[in-house]
Ligand binder design. Structure first.
Ligand SMILES: [Mg+2]
Length: 390
């Protein structure tokens, strides 16, 4: 069996689904993270990367040799790693695992060693409320309570907007009001995770982390930007809150400094950014040796979420899974078996179908393909007009 063809579909809201075909008529699907694409006529850089990797390293290959294909795509690219290259590898890798599972008539997690757990816990986002509501703390508390009433026992929120390098006591107090209101609304049996989103300087990260730790966050995510890898350990030393990071890291080698510095308690590789199932499982295994859990990042579509669930199923150190689609009818319309994404008490069953276990509605994908995936990444400005993190 050989890989004979592929198609990459750009579909709303800003997702790319990759279909691989083989010489014996099998089909495998993966999801390529849309990177480096802003509004306009250009195509996502990840599309060009998929085209190049497929033609150079995958078309004509035996799809059962996933590790060989992965190594060819990674090591043969002299300039390697990073968001574009690793997202393209990821989508191809997921589709190869989907093919392998379908060939074996087994779910991917069985091929990864079998189920290490019975179900996979999810968290639900609480939207960041800004100027659009008069009382952001009350709005966040109400929304968090709704998710708990729907069965979730974990929520996550971003407690601040953009920050100044050294911000005011009032900014810290507003964050305390929001997080405090959410904690009070959900009570001590529910986890509340906080995502600083890399908005804080090292000074503000330490100040916010210590100011918010009384609310016992499940974790503090990206307290500083990924470039400041030394600072994660300092924030971790300054607070009792567990520290999480990794949605903007792309390989085992990117995660290694954080693990070696004992700087994080949870790593958050994004399966469709970090080299796919092959690499994410290895990141999970590397993390396990440091007593670090994984909580995979996944703000994209159903194929990426399913791929994440297979690693969560097989990895003993999977803590919880991010998702944005389980209550999104438009997202689930791409899938004929959307019931695999219906949570019970805030958890999903393991996806039991062969391969990724996702039955893509290809007619629907074709009908909606070709959409402009551009999205707004205009600069976030500080008070003086300079560019800050957003
Ligand atoms: Mg995040």
């Amino acid at each position: 069996m050989r890989v004979t063809d592929y198609e990459l579909f750009a579909v709303p809201p800003r997702w790319q689904f990759l279909k691989l075909e083989t010489s014996d008529g099998r089909v495998g699907w993966g999801e390529v993270y849309t990177k480096w694409h802003f509004a306009g006529d250009s195509e996502p850089a990840t599309r060009s990367a998929v085209d190049q990797l497929m033609h150079q390293y995958v078309l004509g290959e035996d799809p059962s040799r996933i590790e060989y294909c992965w190594q060819a795509m990674y090591r043969s690219s002299f300039y390697r790693g990073g968001p574009v290259h690793m997202s393209a590898i990821a989508g191809i890798d997921e589709a190869l695992w989907d093919l392998k599972g379908k060939e074996a008539d087994m779910p991917v997690y069985d091929l990864l060693g079998g189920a290490a757990r019975d179900r996979i816990r999810l968290y639900h986002h609480v939207r960041a409320h800004g100027d659009d509501v008069s009382d952001p703390a009350a709005a966040a508390a109400t929304e968090a309570r709704e998710h708990v009433e729907a069965g979730y026992d974990a929520v996550k929120l971003v407690p601040t907007g953009g920050l100044e390098p050294v911000d005011t006591p009032a900014t810290v107090e507003r964050a305390r009001e929001i997080v405090g209101a959410v904690r009070e609304a959900v009570g001590p049996d529910v986890d509340v995770a906080l995502d600083f989103h890399g908005r804080a300087s090292k000074a503000m990260a330490r100040r916010l982390a210590t100011a918010l730790e009384e609310f016992e966050p499940m974790f503090i995510e990206e307290p500083v930007t990924p470039e400041q890898d030394r600072e994660f350990a300092r924030v971790a030393e300054a607070t009792t809150a567990p520290i999480a990071a990794g949605e903007r890291l792309y390989t085992r080698w990117d995660f290694r400094p954080l693990l070696e510095a004992d700087a994080v308690d949870i790593v958050q590789p994004d399966i469709s950014s970090a080299g796919g199932i092959t690499e994410t499982k290895k990141i999970a295994d590397a993390a396990e040796t440091y007593d670090v859990s994984i909580a995979p990042h996944c703000p994209i579509g159903p194929l990426a979420l399913a791929a994440s669930l297979h690693v969560d199923a097989a990895a003993p150190n999977a803590l919880i899974q991010e998702q944005v689609i389980v209550d999104d009818a438009d997202a689930l319309a791409y899938v004929d078996n959307g019931e695999i994404f219906e949570p019970t008490d805030g958890s999903l069953e393991l996806p039991d179908g062969p391969g990724l276990g996702v039955d893509i509605d290809e007619d629907r994908v074709r009908e909606r393909a070709g959409t402009d995936l551009g999205f707004d990444r205009s600069p976030g400005h500080r008070a003086d007009g300079s560019v800050g993190e957003r």
